[in-house]
Design a protein around this ligand. Structure first.
Ligand SMILES: Cc1ncc(COP(=O)(O)O)c(C=O)c1O
Length: 450
């Protein structure tokens, strides 16, 4: 490893960073994070802060879980790689599939297809949804419906169902046959509706209307996040997901719950769908499945879906889809250790308690700082602050002020995530009371500095 001077000198010069402008990275080189302990990260200048981002909504166990680190390290020596394409398997992948299925059995999940991350998992769900309908003799069911403000990764399929134009416009034309409904976003919506239950019903009505317009027999699946994450932590009314489930059922449409953020305890339950009392047909997972220690994702299928594939005798049930790193033995060893640790530490319970603590603290900050237009959260460790320059008109804050606040919060002791015009938070599920207080203090200082 070269020295710190080399690292600083070459920062962003040879690497394009995801989700950023290359010119901006050159002009304002990114913070170089060199180490981490528990819920804190340390940069190359020795500044240590509480990581209220949890890496990227993923380091659920914090940074110091030795059981996961040791499992990865041991597996590298036993078998660093072998393919899981039809014909070969490996012990950690078999155990990981058992554990994932067991953890999400209560959500009705019966089968697991491993991937390398969240975008892969979404892609897998979308593709298998189309194949499911073909196998059942309804090959016209090819379209997808999703929610505005939703984030489903950056593959062409996922980007096509994404509901934020920043992730779409430069890459258009996207996949045809994808249609979007309004988000359950009470702060701004086309119905001007602030009551969450009424808004949920309005969106359900819009869903029915869209199905009538498209023709139910052309729609393969509806995909949603139980709580929209990257779109700003948009928490729907508790009735919302159930309303959408009923409509899917009535029209033969599969429901995909994108649990890449909400899976593995973040909402205070093991899955977001369970949090709302809904059983989806498929789930896309990643992030918390390994706590970010190794890139792994998974697409989960219910019995109803699995049966159609497994009972097929035509040969068309073959899954000609997959990734070189699907069921990677080292990734699978990380999954096994991570799920065992997740259960042992019962991270969902701490997520619920500390999530409430953080949410209540954010509501107090909103009483003090007018720049906070909306506070979102209250269901585990997912929080968003929508920033405005004028509360009455809800004018979004400018980017320069958001960047300035972000930097001041960092200097004051917390890493938060700017997702214009929001500040997003998703700390490790193992975070302590003191660390939550440190995040709140740092935010207070950051807002006071403008
Ligand atoms: C809900 C959701 N789906 C899919 C993805 C894409 O996952 P990845 O970045 O691992 O490809 C993300 C990433 O944040 C996500 O939040």
């Amino acid at each position: 490893m070269r020295d710190d001077n080399f690292t600083k000198e070459n920062n962003a010069k040879h690497m394009w960073h995801p989700m950023g402008h290359p010119a901006d990275s050159l002009a304002n080189p990114p913070k170089v994070i060199v180490s981490a302990q528990n819920s804190s990260i340390t940069d190359i200048d020795g500044h240590t802060v509480v990581d209220a981002v949890g890496g990227l909504w993923c380091v659920n166990l914090g940074y110091s879980n030795d059981a996961v680190k040791e499992a990865i390290s041991k597996q590298l020596y036993d078998l660093p790689y072998y393919s899981a394409f039809s014909g070969t398997s490996n012990p950690p992948a078999i155990e990981a599939s058992y554990l994932v299925r067991e953890m999400f059995e209560a959500d009705g999940m019966a089968r697991v297809f491993f991937t390398s991350g969240g975008s892969d998992s979404v892609e897998t769900c979308l593709r298998l949804a189309r194949q499911y309908h073909r196998l059942r003799g309804e090959p016209t069911r090819t379209k997808f419906i999703s929610l505005k403000k939703g984030y489903h990764g950056t593959h062409f399929g996922g980007a096509s169902v994404n509901g934020n134009n920043r992730f779409r416009i430069n890459y258009e034309p996207l996949m045809p046959g994808c249609f979007h409904l309004p988000s359950p976003y009470t702060y701004r919506n086309p119905f001007n509706e602030t009551d969450p239950a009424t808004l949920a019903q309005n969106i359900a009505n819009a869903f029915e209307d869209e199905i009538a317009f498209q023709g139910a027999n052309t729609i393969a699946a509806f995909i949603m996040e139980p709580i929209q994450g990257a779109g700003g932590v948009i928490v729907p009314d508790p009735s919302f997901m159930g309303l959408m489930r009923d409509i899917c059922d009535r029209h033969g449409i599969l429901m995909i719950s994108d649990e890449v953020i909400t899976g593995f305890g973040r909402t205070g339950d093991w899955s977001g769908a369970r949090h709302w009392g809904v059983k989806p047909d498929m789930m896309s997972m990643a992030k918390g499945i390994t706590s970010g220690y190794y890139p792994v994702g998974a697409a989960l299928m219910s019995d109803k879906v699995a049966e159609v594939f497994e009972k097929d005798t035509s040969g068309d049930g073959g899954i000609f889809h997959g990734y070189t790193y699907s069921a990677h033995p080292v990734g699978a060893a990380a999954v096994v250790a991570c799920l065992n640790e997740t259960q042992r530490l019962d991270t969902k319970t701490n997520a619920a308690a500390r999530g409430d603590h953080l949410y209540q603290g954010l509501l107090k900050l909103a009483e003090k700082h007018d720049i906070i237009g909306d506070v979102r959260g209250g269901h585990g460790l997912m929080n968003g602050l929508e920033l405005v320059s004028d509360r009455a008109t809800k004018t979004p804050i400018d980017m320069a002020t958001l960047k300035h606040i972000h930097q001041r919060v960092y200097e004051a002791g917390a890493m938060v995530r700017p997702g214009y015009p929001n500040i997003l938070m998703s700390p490790p599920l193992t975070i302590t009371e003191d660390e939550v207080n440190q995040i709140l203090r740092a935010l207070d200082e950051g807002f006071s500095a403008i």
